[in-house]
Design a protein around this ligand. Sequence first.
Ligand SMILES: Nc1ncnc2c1ncn2[C@@H]1O[C@H](COP(=O)(O)OP(=O)(O)OP(=O)(O)O)[C@@H](O)[C@H]1O
Ligand SMILES: [Mg+2]
Length: 337
Amino acid sequence: MAHAQPLRTDASLMVHSLSLITRNETLRSILARVDTIAASDSSVLLIGETGVGKELFAEYIHRTSSRAERPLVKVGLAALPHELLETELFGHERGAFTSALNEKKGLFELSDRGTIFLDDIDDFPLALQSKLLRVLESHEVMRVGGTTPIPVDIRLITATKVDLKELVDRGIFRADLYYRINVVPISIPPLRERRDDIPLLIEHFLRRFAPDKQLVPAEEALRAMVSYSWPGNVRELRNVVQRMALFASDTIQLKDLPPEIRTEDPLQLLVKSCHQCLVDDHMSYDQVIACLETNLLRQALENADGNRAQAAKTLGMSLSTFRDKLKKYRIDDTERT
Ligand SMILES: Nc1ncnc2c1ncn2[C@@H]1O[C@H](COP(=O)(O)OP(=O)(O)OP(=O)(O)O)[C@@H](O)[C@H]1O
Ligand SMILES: [Mg+2]
């Protein structure tokens, strides 16, 4: 049976009931890549912070693949006790251990001709990693207590929030397994790195959670939401919008937002984004300091409506030091007073 082709509009993709909303260039190019590999059987490793949409991407890949009519079996490795994992994944024969009164099919067998999604793969116990690798390499699974391998045809999608390579370097993740699952790595950027998606997602979730209300955020509320750092990414945004949709009646005001979004300290924001530069963009210490100073000077000037004396005062420095710094960083402003 032919599977439905994704229906593309300008900013959203609908696959069956699944909607993946984005207008961000980076995410769109990632999606274009996903479209080209979805049809193949290659293993995909989804990398990204909590709430960025890894599971949604896994569903998207499965539903646009030729395996769409077969099951997508999701396994949350962080939530599954390690002692249960082996029999859950690989199954067991009758009498394999005292409580094994009946045979049990494992999740690999249940994913046959479909897709298995191993979430939080970094939590996969080292002791079982060679067994997982064997399934992937041989396309056969051996139940606990079994003697005959059972053929399985599976497509593997994994997800992680951490850098698996680092776990390999620390000896807690097998290098051979890492290379086997990392055939197509896909990094999904956090929401704070694709802020152009925020208004669109707000609109999408408002429509979803309050279809009968005509809710819109006031400009100030929208601005606060766009500049907030969203550590919980799209999930956090969805939850916030869901709560607002419940209580607001027409326009969502700044005061309707949770305090962390309403009052995120601008200085904290600066420090956070500079820390991000240092870690993600590998800028040098001097570059980060220069970026932080430039932003602080600009912001002080803006808050003081261009009045240098007042801006210098809020930063606790003399006017001459302030002027020197503006010159040093070539901050071009027109002094209004
Ligand atoms: N681009 C998007 N468009 C619409 N909804 C999205 C988008 N990205 C994420 N979501 C929604 O946000 C929520 C969180 O996404 P998801 O569960 O896929 O994140 P995750 O990366 O798997 O998080 P975790 O690491 O915590 O498991 C889900 O309800 C998902 O449908
Ligand atoms: Mg998830």
